[in-house]
Design a protein around this ligand. Structure first.
Ligand code: IVH
Length: 709
């Protein structure tokens, strides 16, 4: 190469004087422009991508520290980062999961105990990393052949938003990795904003009459999720790398080793990461970090503990959406006092009446709180809160703020006690029933008895149906659902009505596009978004029905076990009809018990629901598909396995988890449907029954050979 680029000066950006910064920005601008000319116009790059990248990053870092020094000819303003209409979706190659929480020292000891118990057969020492839990938003960065090819937010864990153009403007994130890295590398970590940058951004926003942000996390999210990447470029975002997704090759065998590798590849990793061998060690580090929390200069909301050895992480696996090998130890929630201005009653999807506290706005841990949940009638009695009282509120993470108690201001006794309504606030004014528990006692939940007739319940049902974790229909948010529900021309009273909107609209004289709040483009988009959902994953479909006690995890288990809609539907109808074999079969599904089965039976036992479901299924013209096909290419795929007796090399939990990972179903009881009985030491009646039924029986060693083959 004939002419070399100026390398960035070695002075750390934090140590630059204003004059030095201005001088360097001028040099960088000229130099990058010269390199660009050669690269784009003369097709003759003068430097390697990595060198070029280093210059751009240096330029961005200096600008982030001295925003007012940014030059009109700055290279950061030049890249034509396209303005997309909205974010494209990116499907994560490896799902982005969440973490279970621990709130006390005991929870941490339990976590460490659970890990040891699960890995009992491993016997030896288990090390854990402890790293700060950064309060920002997580992001997956994908590199192919060492180059950044895409960046996506977490989204719902399976699919996130494509924020590649925006991420390219973040100085902490390399766009090129050093030579020799694996072909496919996905780095995960947290995009966040420092306290100082947050304060400066809000000051700038306020000065220019623009919206300010409630806290650094919101500022980071708002800045990353900008359709115009040139706005992101002006926002000083930072990034800590702490995890990975797909990797064509693993460069280390431990979590701590991986973090060191990420650092060597040019990522910023958190210096407060340590390795400890037991709960006491982890707690020491937790308290040490807690003591420094205010001085860190960025928000953290806890400490994450992870099993250090990656082979042990694999053995531990996952439960639902969280790994068994990690936990987030949260700092105690923040508190504040304010005035309770009113208590309103909200009617939920199942008719449950929930009292909601309307509060005089107060800032709790950087967020303005105006509502808190009061849970139920008993909670109001227990707290003895009355409208007008001064109350203590607490906010922990993303959960709805809670009222902890009343602060006596001398007037409390004179205020009226709250009378929980006996009549539903819905237009039907139906009586409210207090739930009765299985034991015959009064439960805590009061429900509107209007069921399908209650418009409030129906609207909540529809909101649940269209929500992000269910049908996820873009452009059909809560407000639109309320409007459609009450619309005289295009009423939407049940899920199937959503899918007939376009047809009905074309038959109407007064078209949706002419209504306020709509327009030809938004209507077209809405109808297209609805049409897209005529193909839906079975687990989403089941979850969207809103069957009581059937949350996302249960819906996923059912979807995996039955594999298709017809099988699940048939089994449910059989259970309604009293078929005991069908009930037993459902009972054998992992994590599903009587409560869920009773709720499913109650749902499908209701003629109204059968109609709703039938009309909806008819609209699913693209099919209700099983999202995650269980593995089919393993020796035990599709088999039903029962474990009995004492296992010596695996714990029972580990054996079960492993079988499920390889596509088998694990059942607790032996029947004609059992494919394999794994008999450990001292196996008893199950072994006898399996022999009687002619089920294949294997010992632990044979089983291990089968699953490791
Ligand atoms: S590990 C499978 N490590 O916390 C586990 N997460 O509640 C993957 N977070 O979505 C996450 N700091 O946004 C991990 N040091 C850290 C973290 C961290 C912050 C966030 C992340 C994640 C959420 C999980």
């Amino acid at each position: 190469m004939a002419s070399h680029a100026t390398t960035p000066t070695s002075t750390p950006v934090d140590a630059l004087t204003e004059l030095e910064a201005a001088t360097e920005l001028a040099t960088l601008s000229a130099e990058i422009a010269r390199l660009d000319r050669h690269y784009f116009l003369e097709d003759a790059p003068l430097v390697t991508d990595a060198e070029y990248d280093a210059l751009r990053r240096r330029n961005l870092a200096i600008e982030a520290r001295f925003p007012h020094l940014r030059r009109a000819d700055s290279p950061s303003l030049k890249v034509g980062a396209g303005v997309s209409e909205r974010f494209d979706k990116v499907r994560h190659a490896v799902p982005m999961l969440s973490l279970d929480n621990a709130f006390s020292d005991d929870d941490v000891a339990d976590f460490v105990g659970r890990v040891h118990k699960f890995l009992a057969t491993h016997g030896g020492r288990v090390d854990f990393t402890a790293e700060p839990k950064i309060d920002g938003l997580s992001c997956n960065l994908r590199y192919e052949a060492g180059k950044l090819v895409s960046a996506a937010t977490r989204g719902d864990g399976a699919e996130g938003e494509n924020v590649t153009a925006n991420v390219r403007t973040i100085a902490d994130i390399p766009t090129v990795l050093p030579p020799g890295v694996p072909d496919v590398v996905e780095v995960r970590g947290e995009v966040y904003m420092s306290h100082a940058d947050f304060a400066a951004l809000n000051a700038r926003q306020a000065a220019s009459g623009e919206k300010t942000f409630a806290n650094p996390r919101n500022a980071a999210a708002g800045s990353l999720r900008q359709l115009d990447a040139s706005i992101t470029r002006d926002r000083p975002l930072k990034f800590y790398a702490y995890a990975w997704g797909e990797m064509s090759e693993m460069p280390s065998e431990t979590q701590s080793g991986m973090i060191a590798v990420l650092k060597s590849w040019g990522f910023v990793t958190n210096p407060l990461t340590v390795v400890r061998a037991d709960a006491a060690g982890l707690l020491d580090h937790f308290h040490a970090i807690e003591a420094q929390r205010a001085a860190l200069g960025y928000d953290i909301d806890g400490v994450v503990y992870k099993v250090d050895r990656l082979d042990l992480q694999v053995r531990l696996g996952f439960v639902s959406r969280s790994p068994r090998w990690a936990i987030a130890h949260k700092f105690p929630a923040e508190k504040a006092t304010t005035i309770l201005e009113d208590i309103e009653i909200q009617v939920g999807r199942t008719g449950a009446l929930t009292p909601v506290a309307r509060l005089r706005p107060v800032t709790v841990g950087g967020v303005v709180v105006t509502n808190a949940t009061l849970h139920n009638a008993d909670e109001i009695l227990r707290l003895d809160v009355r409208v007008g009282d001064t109350v203590t509120v607490q906010r922990a993470g993303d959960v709805i703020p809670q009222i902890l108690g009343v602060v006596d201001d001398g007037e409390h006794a004179a205020r009226q006690t709250f009378v929980f309504p006996h009549i539903c606030p819905c237009p039907l004014k139906t009586p409210v029933n207090r739930e009765v528990t299985a034991g015959g006692d009064a439960g805590v939940i009061s429900r509107c008895s209007g069921e399908f007739a209650c418009p409030y319940q129906r609207i909540e049902h529809l909101k649940h149906f269209a929500s992000r974790r269910a049908f996820d229909i873009e452009g059909l948010g809560e407000k639109q659902i309320e409007a459609f529900f009450n619309d005289p021309e295009l009423p939407v009273k049940e899920p199937a009505d959503i899918f007939t909107l376009a047809r009905r609209d074309s038959q109407n004289l007064k078209k949706l596009k002419d209504k306020e709040g709509f327009g030809a483009t938004s209507v077209r988009k809405l109808f297209a978004a609805i049409d897209e959902r005529r193909t839906i994953a079975l687990e989403r479909f089941i979850f969207a029905l809103g069957i009581r006690n059937v949350g996302e995890t249960t819906a996923r288990q059912l979807s995996r076990a039955y594999g298709n809609w017809e099988a699940f539907h048939d089994a449910s109808l059989k259970i309604v009809a009293g078929d005991l074999a069908a009930r037993e079969e459902m009972d054998a599904i992992d994590q599903i018990g009587e409560t869920v089965i009773d709720s499913i039976a109650a749902y499908f036992g209701e003629a109204h629901n059968l109609g709703v479901v039938e009309r909806l299924v008819a609209e699913m013209t693209g099919g209700i598909v099983e999202a995650e096909r269980p593995k089919t290419d393993t020796a035990i795929a599709g088999k039903t396995v029962v474990f009995t007796g004492t296992l010596d090399k695996l714990t029972r939990d580990e054996a079960k988890a492993q079988a499920e990972r390889l596509g088998a179903k694990v059942s607790g009881s032996v029947s004609a449907k059992t494919s394999i009985l794994v008999a450990g030491r001292d196996a008893g009646s199950k072994l006898t029954k399996a022999r009687e039924l002619g089920v294949t029986v294997v010992d632990e060693d044979t089983w291990i050979a089968m699953v490791s083959g």
